[in-house]
Design a protein around this ligand. Structure first.
Ligand SMILES: [Zn+2]
Length: 180
């Protein structure tokens, strides 16, 4: 995924929580959903949480499991913006500044900043693939930016709203499937 080159591009790419979820989905399942437990290719999308329930085994797979965003209560948009700001700011952005820019309490900003900075120093996959960090490799890894091989990327199919709400006793939902 190509990352935003400018703040304006960033704003265009991630206007809503939905945009962020789609980016996470594309990162996690670039070729369409795959159940982590049974490798099933079909899933229901849960309405209220960023979860996908495997149609075969019922496993609920999270968009953010195993990433620094796991369990995050702050909006994804704020996370994305924090990552963007921290990745592109030449001088180190303080957590106080982050708190002010994002309108979040200082303690939360401090935690987010720490997680993001740690992930950057590890060059975590999730950040790289979100396209938010690879745009500035000089910052991340000290490497000169250069051409990188781009494999064919299949754009994941993203079911359109309204999604399916799953609940006990609800009739078997008819919904859009998507598979790889
Ligand atoms: Zn499954």
């Amino acid at each position: 995924m190509k990352g935003p080159g400018t703040l304006m591009e960033f704003m265009d790419m991630y206007q809503t929580e939905e945009d962020c979820r789609q980016a996470l989905f594309a990162h996690r399942w670039p070729d369409g959903f795959v159940c982590p437990r049974c490798s099933g290719r079909r899933a229901y999308r849960l309405k209220t949480r960023p979860l996908f329930e495997c149609a075969h085994c019922g496993y609920q797979a999270s968009l953010t499991a195993g990433t620094i965003l796991e369990g995050a209560r702050v909006e994804l948009r704020k996370w994305f913006l924090a990552i963007y700001l921290l990745a592109t700011t030449k001088k180190t952005l303080s957590s106080a500044e982050l708190s002010r820019q994002l309108g979040i309490v200082p303690q939360t900003a401090w935690t987010m900043r720490r997680k993001i900075m740690q992930a950057m120093s590890r060059r975590d996959n999730e950040l790289m693939l979100l396209g938010l960090v690879e745009m500035d490799e000089a910052y991340v890894g000290g490497k000169k930016p250069g051409k990188r091989g781009r494999g064919r990327r299949v754009r994941p199919r993203w079911p359109s709203w309204p999604p399916v709400a799953l609940g006990a006793g609800s009739p078997r939902p008819t919904c859009r499937w998507w598979s790889g």
